[in-house]
Design a binder for this molecule. Structure first.
Ligand code: F0G
Length: 467
């Protein structure tokens, strides 16, 4: 198709779900009652929900049809055969272990391969991956490439691992490195892709050190599409072949089918080693379920089996990326600080640069996310110091996150281009009155994963002078 034509959704809509319009006064009441925390809102009070792209996509008519055909037998279900065949065909990994979602696959795999005192190296661990590494008494180390540190730098593969740092850590921690995990795309780093060249180099380093390479495959199709667009020599290669090339480098992968599985729930892990697979299946029966359904129903297995094939449709991937790039480029043209180049599943606003009058202790990402809700009922997710602040190991004091970001994650096949235009307008309106925006402070928060349950307060931008 001609690239000058407007973007259209490569589907038509058969079932609709109304969304509720609210007034600014209603939204004020709702967010106040939710303790200024968007995770605590009722979904019915949200107009456009961009909190996550996980499990929030729309299924196709063929997926719905497959649900009716599903075989719910406890053992040996036909739906499992179809699921297994689809995973093998798409990823080229032989042994397939179904789980109810991505973190269950991480839990199972790390239970076998990671032990106390071990180190796991990654381009960037997603937070559940990190939690599962730490749950084993091991240390999760992120080694993102230096180009990723500047949200405004136009490097095509900001999801890459820093190869020099990886090589050094593999040598320094020789004997302690249990795994290298490559997250595709790099969600916490802005949905940025990893290049095939970077993966090939990681494979060589892993071979030299005898360390297994695991791919966190949640957004594998989006990563493959961006490789095809941006990496020399791949333009003429089909996306399914790019996917096969990616996974040819892996010993195993973990997958949340809630993303590029185009399903509302589900996941799996897949590996090459038969002995490992047998151990994983023994454990699967204890924690998830029988090996031919894991944590899923026959219906879920069918939805994922089809979703994994549908996601490789190049018209779909072209539209998905064009739609995200459209928002990103329009906002950048209006001066709004966005993370560039556009990533695979979301638009990331750089709240640190959007609200420079708020220090990290005033949680600029949260302040901005709240304003987007008040302005237009849009629910986004803060990925900044509210979610990711660390602790100084020596003083115990809180230290800021690397970036103060707001993620506008786009659910798959769910919203239309006019929703994207509405989003651009709402962000622009908030941008025009950015100087008036107040900060946030924490009133109360749970110890673990505090951003989910915290109650916040609105506070003036200026911090009290410390004495
Ligand atoms: N890995 C990555 C890169 C993820 O983004 C997620 C989930 C997981 C693993 C865990 O998968 O939710 O099925 O257990 N990310 C969601 C998000 C929650 O909003 O980005 P899960």
């Amino acid at each position: 198709m001609n690239d000058d034509l407007p973007i259209i959704e490569p589907f038509r809509i058969k079932t609709v779900e109304p969304i509720r319009m609210t007034t600014r006064e209603e939204r004020e009441r709702c967010i106040r009652a939710a303790g200024w925390n968007l995770f605590r809102l009722h979904a019915r009070d949200v107009l456009i929900d961009l909190l996550t792209d996980s499990g929030t996509g729309a299924m196709s008519a063929e997926q719905w049809a497959a649900l009716v055909r599903a075989d719910e037998s406890y053992a040996g279900a036909l739906s499992y055969d179809r699921f297994e065949a689809s995973v093998r065909e798409v990823f080229g990994l032989d042994h397939v272990i179904p789980t109810h979602q991505g973190r269950a696959a991480e839990h199972l795999l790390f239970h076998q391969l990671v032990g106390p005192g071990d180190v796991v190296l990654s381009n960037t661990h997603f937070d559940t991956t990190r939690a599962n590494v730490e749950d084993r008494g091991a240390t999760a180390v992120d080694l993102p490439c230096p180009e990723g540190a500047d949200t405004g730098a136009l490097f095509p593969f900001k999801g890459n691992v820093d190869l020099v740092a990886l090589e050094r850590r593999l040598e320094e921690d020789a004997g302690r490195v249990a795994l290298v995990v490559m997250t595709l795309t790099n969600n916490a780093g802005g949905g940025q892709p990893v290049s095939l060249a970077n993966l090939a180099a990681v494979r060589r380093l892993c071979d030299r050190s005898g360390v297994p390479l695991v791919i966190d495959a949640c957004r594998f199709a989006e990563n493959a599409w961006l490789m095809k667009q941006r990496e020399p020599g791949l333009a003429g290669v089909s996306v399914d072949s790019v996917v096969r090339r990616i996974f040819a480098y892996a010993d195993a992968c973990t997958m949340s089918a809630k993303k590029d599985g185009l399903a509302n729930i589900g996941g799996f892990l897949a590996c090459r080693d038969e002995t490992l697979a047998a151990r994983l299946r023994d454990r699967l029966v204890v924690t998830e379920g029988f090996p031919t359904y894991g944590g899923m129903s026959g219906r879920d297995l069918e939805a994922v089996a089809r979703g994994l094939r549908e996601v490789l449709d190049e018209d779909y991937l072209r539209y998905r990326h064009a739609s995200i790039a459209y928002v990103c480029e329009r906002l950048a043209a209006r001066g709004v600080p966005v993370l560039v180049p556009p990533g695979g599943h979301a638009i990331f606003l750089d709240a640190g640069r959007f609200l420079p009058h708020l220090s990290w202790r005033r949680y600029p990402g949260q302040a901005l996310a709240v304003e987007l809700y008040l302005e237009g009922g849009i629910r986004a997710c803060e990925i900044g110091s509210l979610m990711m602040a660390g602790r100084d190991p020596h003083t115990g004091r809180e230290v800021p996150a690397k970036h103060e970001l707001v993620r506008l994650a786009i659910p798959r096949r769910t919203y239309t281009q006019s929703h994207m235009d509405f989003l651009i307008e709402i962000v622009s309106r908030v941008w025009r009155r950015r100087e008036e925006i107040e900060g946030m402070a924490i009133e109360s928060a749970p110890e673990v994963l505090r951003h989910f349950g915290a109650r916040l307060l609105r506070v003036p931008a200026a911090e009290p002078q410390s004495v």
